[in-house]
Structure formats: structure tokens, C-alpha cells
Write a protein that binds this ligand. Structure first.
Ligand code: ATP
Ligand code: MG
Length: 201
């Protein structure tokens, strides 16, 4: 073993000890977490569905509510429909602003979706609930921010909730356990490349 290798080995041993000591101080979460994925960069929904994949691997019970109903066919919707015994999928009733152009109809749809979200979060039936693009509905003030915060906090202790979408409101980030801001460094859209099947939808 060269000196460099030996030094490396010693450094790694020290690092491992340090890491072990730090983990020992931590405790297991005794309840589900509130997680927020926000920011301008791509990956908010993708990361939520990645977490869902992990949860499914452990046989957890999971549910998804999509707050922004696009008319387009997405890979995740096709997947969830195919595995409806594994994932409960709900999609918010109506289309969204620039398709419906009817604010009152959007508000009514958001309120209905919020009722379903509360039922999912309170039932105690799920380990993981994804409220995809809820932040978009909040940004448009279709739902009261304090009401949503209280509803998220009142969830069943078993249930982890992931809220996604740009412009997460401050009051929800304040009470969340985990907030990740996706930062856009580059996006193919800027280079004139269209959204792609299996990558973007
Ligand atoms: P994804 O679903 O790919 O994880 P996201 O949830 O982070 O994306 P959304 O705001 O929900 O982002 O946008 C959904 C769609 O917009 C996706 O097709 C995504 O690739 C695209 N998109 C996300 N970020 C950007 C960006 N910075 N510029 C252009 N398009 C973007
Ligand atoms: Mg998204």
C-alpha cells in the first residue's frame, strides 16, 4: 500500500466513525413527514413519483391526487391505471385555467379535490399521499392557504404527504419537515426541444 492509499484508508475510517456517531444521535421519525418539492427546475413531480416507487417496494399503501388535470396522456397515469391495485389515483375534476378559462369552475374543482385530499390524509389508510401540483392551485388562490396548512398538519400520523409545484406558499414551507427547491440550471426547452415521452410526461 502506498502512503497515499494508507492516508486515504485512515481518512475513510475516521469519516465512518464520525458518521456512525452522528447517526446514533438521530431517532426514527415516529410519524409521517410533510415534504415539499418546489422551485423552477425540473424534477418536482419526478422526485415525488420516485419516492412512491420506493414506498411500493416496501409494500406501503400509496395514493396520488393530481391537482392539475392536463388532457395529455402521461406515462405515470398509464402506469397507475395499469397497477390500480397498488396505487390509488385521483385526478382533479376539471381542466385548468388556460383550458377552462373559468375561474369559478376551477375553484369548485379545487375544493372538491381538497375534500378528497383530506379524506386520503385523514383515513389512516396510506403511508404516502402525493398532492401533485397543489402549489399551483394555491398560487392561484383557489384554496385558502391557512386552511390547507391546517389540513396538512391534521393528517393521520402514519401518513407522509408530498406537495409539489412551483411557488410553494411560505406558510406551508414553514411547517414542512423537508423542503427541496429544484434549481433550473439548464432545460432542453430553452434549446427549443419539446417535452419528451417517458422523460417529461
Ligand atoms: P417533472 O414532472 O418533469 O418532474 P416538475 O414537476 O418539476 O417536472 P412542472 O412545473 O410540474 O415541473 O412542469 C411539468 C412539465 O414542465 C414537465 O414536462 C417538465 O419537463 C417541464 N418543465 C419543468 N421545468 C421546466 C423548465 N424550467 N423549463 C421548461 N419546462 C420545464
Ligand atoms: Mg410537476
Amino acid at each position: 500500500m502506498t502512503d497515499t492509499d494508507q492516508e486515504h484508508k485512515e481518512r475513510m475510517i475516521a469519516l465512518k466513525e464520525e458518521h456512525k456517531a452522528r447517526i446514533k444521535e438521530k431517532k426514527r421519525a415516529d410519524r409521517g413527514l410533510l415534504i415539499v418539492h418546489t422551485g423552477d427546475g425540473k424534477g418536482k413531480s419526478t422526485a415525488a413519483y420516485g419516492t412512491l416507487l420506493r414506498a411500493l417496494g416496501w409494500g406501503h399503501d400509496v395514493a396520488v391526487l393530481q391537482y392539475v388535470k392536463g388532457n395529455w396522456k402521461t406515462g405515470e397515469k398509464q402506469f397507475f391505471k395499469r397497477f390500480s391495485d397498488l396505487v390509488r389515483l385521483e385526478v382533479m375534476g376539471e381542466g385548468f385555467t388556460w383550458e377552462t378559462q373559468d375561474r369559478q369552475r376551477d375553484i369548485a374543482a379545487a375544493e372538491k379535490a381538497w375534500e378528497v385530499s383530506k379524506e386520503m390524509m385523514n383515513s389512516g389508510d396510506y403511508d404516502l399521499v402525493i398532492l401533485d401540483e397543489l402549489n399551483i392551485v394555491l398560487r392561484n388562490d383557489y384554496l385558502d392557504h391557512e386552511m390547507v396548512k391546517e389540513g396538512l398538519l391534521a393528517r393521520h400520523p402514519r401518513t407522509t404527504v408530498i406537495v409539489t409545484g412551483r411557488n410553494a406558499p411560505d406558510n406551508i414551507m414553514e411547517v414542512a419537515d423537508l423542503v427541496t427547491n429544484m434549481e433550473m440550471i439548464k432545460h432542453p426547452f430553452e434549446a427549443g426541444i419539446k417535452a419528451a415521452r417517458g422523460i417529461d410526461f
